[in-house]
Design a protein around this ligand. Structure first.
Ligand code: DCP
Ligand code: MG
Length: 363
């Protein structure tokens, strides 16, 4: 008996809301976030009209302006996006209580048993998208399959305003044909490593013994072994609170000096800060993860007096923690930054035993 999992992802979320609420923006290339003078700031998202010019999320606004001089920059209205996110959740909850939001515009739904007895996950996804269109005047895309991994990939296959079903009988052939860089959770470095091992698709992964994958990729090797066979047992976890946000990067070449590490740390801090802002979170505890060339790993934390989402503050704290960790004669292969102890989540003791005891779970 297979589960029925739906992944819903809104189309050009912030930009679509702005176009909905202001007729002057409709049909035009618009960008939410960034500064119009191209003086810094990055694009949060671009309307599909702007994407035709090559504008993408996380692109510097300067670059966006170069690609499309007539692009309109819009200041984000997070309160509105949050309200819409709540309205989306209300629509989902007509069909199931097993809802796991991933961000304001994205969620997994387990509709194995749906509240209305519709039974067909395809019909439920269609009904949800219709409700979003008629009630909220926005469009969403959906992926429907037997687990989270496949549903998430599927929701991207027919964007915008579309849906894709990967049924049980198609799972095996779909996974075999899937390029490793399309795997949800496989970053650039892992993809490059896979390719260097001759692993280009799910079919290549499937030919490897589990022990060999674990030897190359550590614990994640177990996951690759299973997912190559279309198996992903992770449950849809309702009400999973965001306890921490993290980003990390593995380097092609081990780093040895703080001068080499600082720009990398800056990039990682930028990613974390963006995600804090996107999720409207501020955190008080900053944790740095360091993995050495010999795979040993340490974490170092510091709690600030006030919660922050400020790039400079987070970066400086991370640099301080890194320098205090003792870098002499060390080769570093991975750096990560996690922010936790969010404002309003109640766990504001600086020496939270939860954190000091279980820092690894942050990443
Ligand atoms: N976002 C952001 N910074 C990023 C990526 C996204 O601030 N680097 C924000 C703006 C997006 C929203 O999160 O509207 C949702 O992100 P998605 O990745 O789902 O992108 P969109 O919904 O904008 O577009 P798509 O139609 O590709 O899903
Ligand atoms: Mg989206």
């Amino acid at each position: 008996m297979h589960r029925k999992i739906i992944h819903i992802d809104m189309d050009a979320f912030y930009a679509s809301i702005e176009q909905r609420d202001n007729p002057d923006y409709r049909g035009k290339p618009i960008v939410v976030g960034g500064s119009p003078e191209g003086r810094g700031g990055v694009v949060a998202t671009a309307s599909y009209e702007a994407r035709k010019f090559g504008i993408r999320s996380a692109m510097p606004s300067k670059k966006a302006l170069e690609l499309c001089p007539q692009v309109i920059f819009i200041v984000p209205r997070f309160d509105v996006y949050k309200t819409v996110s709540g309205q989306l959740r209300a629509i989902f909850s007509r069909y199931t209580d097993l809802i796991e939001p991933l961000s304001l515009d994205e969620a997994f739904l387990d509709v194995t048993e749906d509240k209305q007895g519709i039974a067909s996950a395809i019909d439920i996804a269609t009904a949800i998208r219709t409700a979003i269109k008629t009630e909220l005047n926005l469009t969403a895309s959906a992926g429907i399959s037997i687990n989270k991994f496949l549903a998430k990939i599927a929701s991207d296959m027919n964007k915008p305003d579309g849906q894709t079903f990967i049924g049980p009988s198609r799972v095996e052939s779909f996974m075999e044909a899937l390029p490793v860089e399309k795997f949800f959770g496989v970053g650039k470095v892992t993809a490059a490593k896979m390719k260097s091992l001759g692993l280009f698709t799910g079919a290549d992964l499937k030919k490897k013994e589990e022990a060999e994958l674990v030897r190359h990729f550590g614990k994640t090797g177990h996951f690759y072994y299973k997912i190559a066979r279309g198996i992903d047992d992770r449950p849809v976890q309702p009400d999973r609170e965001t306890k921490s946000l993290a980003a990390e990067d593995t380097f092609q070449v081990d780093l040895t000096t703080l001068e080499e590490m600082t720009p990398q740390l800056e990039k990682i801090a930028g990613t974390v800060t963006n995600r804090l802002v996107r999720n409207q979170l501020k955190g008080r505890t900053i944790t740095v993860k360091i993995k050495y060339a010999d795979f040993r790993q340490i974490t170092r934390s510091r709690s600030l007096s006030r919660a922050t989402d400020n790039l400079a503050t987070i970066l400086q704290t991370a640099i301080d923690l890194l320098s205090a960790s003792g870098l002499e004669n060390k080769k570093i292969r991975l750096l990560g930054i996690a922010i936790s102890n969010f404002d309003g989540d109640g766990s504001d003791s600086p020496a939270s035993p939860d954190l000091n005891g279980g820092q690894l779970q942050l990443f």
